[in-house]
Design a protein. Structure first.
Length: 455
């Protein structure tokens, strides 16, 4: 089990300041936690919430703190404005300390819209870490938004109240406008090229290579590529600006770093690494002190296989469906339907214990099979707890075919959300006891850089 994520909550920013706290009544840390979990991350290892917890009105957050296991970091006030500065400084210190000493933590979630955390995000990129921002769009600093790899917008009660008196819409300034960047490379590129609207897969591949070639052919940047290398966070921001928010699995890559490695392989550059996770871009034929060459990714993956589908189902956005052997799922479904009265108002642990006493499979297989079925409309829950283990469930399905159809529909929807399409043969092989999948992989075609300058 991979624990690779740390969340840092800036409580003052979330509530709209200690004096007004206008967003406190609608603030749900449980909702923030849920939205973060929907991203492509592993498990959450660290959660810290920074505030002057002696402030009485913050007592309403106590249940969320306890439920989620968040560590509340007490920040005492030492005069006007000190609460805020002390919290911000402590968050930065803790984040850098974790980046330096916890190599397993690769995802840093900053729950704040404060632009003062922009340098922190940039520094975390230098350590090869992914930075995710979470905040209200209305009060989020645009520089912070631009330097984060992902940004989650929270429902904003203040914005919703004011929507009825909004005047004639004004065309918003794009979040990626050139003047919002401070890095000269980003400023130079964004002044020459415009974002592409809904690029095709072929455009994404060719334009990705073109961006790398842009870096390689500009003398000031090329000098850096030869001597020290360029942190890939700069390349990632250029890709985000030019091509938008990309979903990598439909392109044939599990992670962003695979996509970057692939397009770099078709350019005059190469990818280098300082263990464990600090990647840089360098020119071919040059060595960067302290870094070793990364083996190139030469082919895109065939994502449409039963093995890949099973992997996507157990990771990424919820629900997390971990399938055991096919026969286990079928036998659990049959048993549940033959004893419907037992599976009423019952918790997950009780279900697994009962199945272990009556079916001859390993407990781990029974847990995976039962949870897969319980995460579908085949079961209803009482909704009293945000966590799966705390709920009580009741079997709603009455027919075997209906129960399996619920599972198939839930799985199909998740795979389609991730990949944009689903191969019927590969999908059928996940659950069908009769289906046997035979791979028909097509040869991969490497991306080609444009022959002429673009735009």
């Amino acid at each position: 089990m991979q624990f690779d994520t740390a969340i840092f909550y800036d409580i003052e920013n979330l509530i709209g300041g200690y004096s007004k706290a206008e967003m406190l009544p609608s603030l749900s840390l449980v909702n923030v936690h849920r939205l973060v979990n929907e991203l492509d991350i592993g498990n959450i290892a660290i959660q810290r919430a920074y505030a002057n917890w002696n402030t009485p009105r913050l007592n309403v957050l106590r249940d969320d703190i306890v439920t989620l296991g968040i560590n509340p970091v007490q920040m005492f006030g030492f005069g006007r404005g000190a609460d805020k500065n002390a919290s911000d400084i402590q968050m930065v210190i803790d984040a850098i300390d974790i980046a330096c000493h916890r190599q397993n933590i690769t995802n840093f979630v900053i729950v704040s819209g404060d632009g003062g955390f922009s340098p922190l995000a940039i520094k975390l990129h230098e350590y090869g870490r992914r930075v995710i921002g979470v905040a209200y769009q209305r009060i989020t600093n645009r520089v912070l938004e631009s330097v984060c790899d992902d940004f989650i917008w929270l429902p904003d009660p203040i914005a919703e109240k004011s929507v009825t008196i909004t005047p004639q819409p004004i065309k918003p300034v794009p979040a990626t406008a050139p003047q919002q960047y401070t890095d000269p490379i980003l400023i130079s590129y964004t002044s020459q090229f415009q974002p592409l609207h809904e690029p095709t897969k072929d455009q994404i591949m060719s334009e990705g290579v073109a961006i790398v070639e842009y870096l390689a052919t500009h003398k000031p940047i090329a000098r850096k590529l030869r001597k020290t290398g360029l942190n890939i966070s700069v390349l990632a921001q250029l890709i985000k600006y030019r091509l938008g928010e990309l979903k990598y699995p439909p392109l044939g890559f599990v992670k962003q770093i695979e996509f970057i490695n692939y397009i770099v392989n078709a350019s005059p550059c190469k990818l280098v690494l300082k263990a464990p996770s600090e990647y840089r871009l360098a020119l071919e034929g040059f060595s960067i002190s302290g870094y070793s060459d990364v083996a190139p990714v030469e082919q895109r993956h065939n994502m449409h296989t039963p093995a890949c589908y099973a992997d996507f189902l157990r990771k990424g956005p919820k629900p997390h469906i971990r399938l055991p052997e096919k026969i286990v799922v079928h036998d659990i479904a049959r048993y549940m339907l033959s004893h419907p009265t037992f599976f009423r108002n019952i918790c997950f642990a009780e279900i697994c214990h009962h199945l272990q006493e009556n079916l001859t499979y390993q407990l781990s297989d029974l847990e995976r099979g039962a949870s897969a079925l319980m995460l579908t409309p085949a079961f209803t829950d009482d909704g009293t707890r945000p966590d799966f283990d705390g709920c009580r469930f009741t079997l709603a399905a009455t027919e075997y075919a209906e129960m399996l159809q619920h599972l198939e529909d839930t799985m199909y929807e998740k795979l389609f959300q991730i990949l944009g399409e689903v191969n019927e043969d590969a999908f059928t092989a996940l659950l069908s006891l009769d289906a046997e999948y035979v791979s028909h992989e097509a040869p991969d075609i490497s991306p080609q850089a444009p022959a002429t300058d673009h735009e």
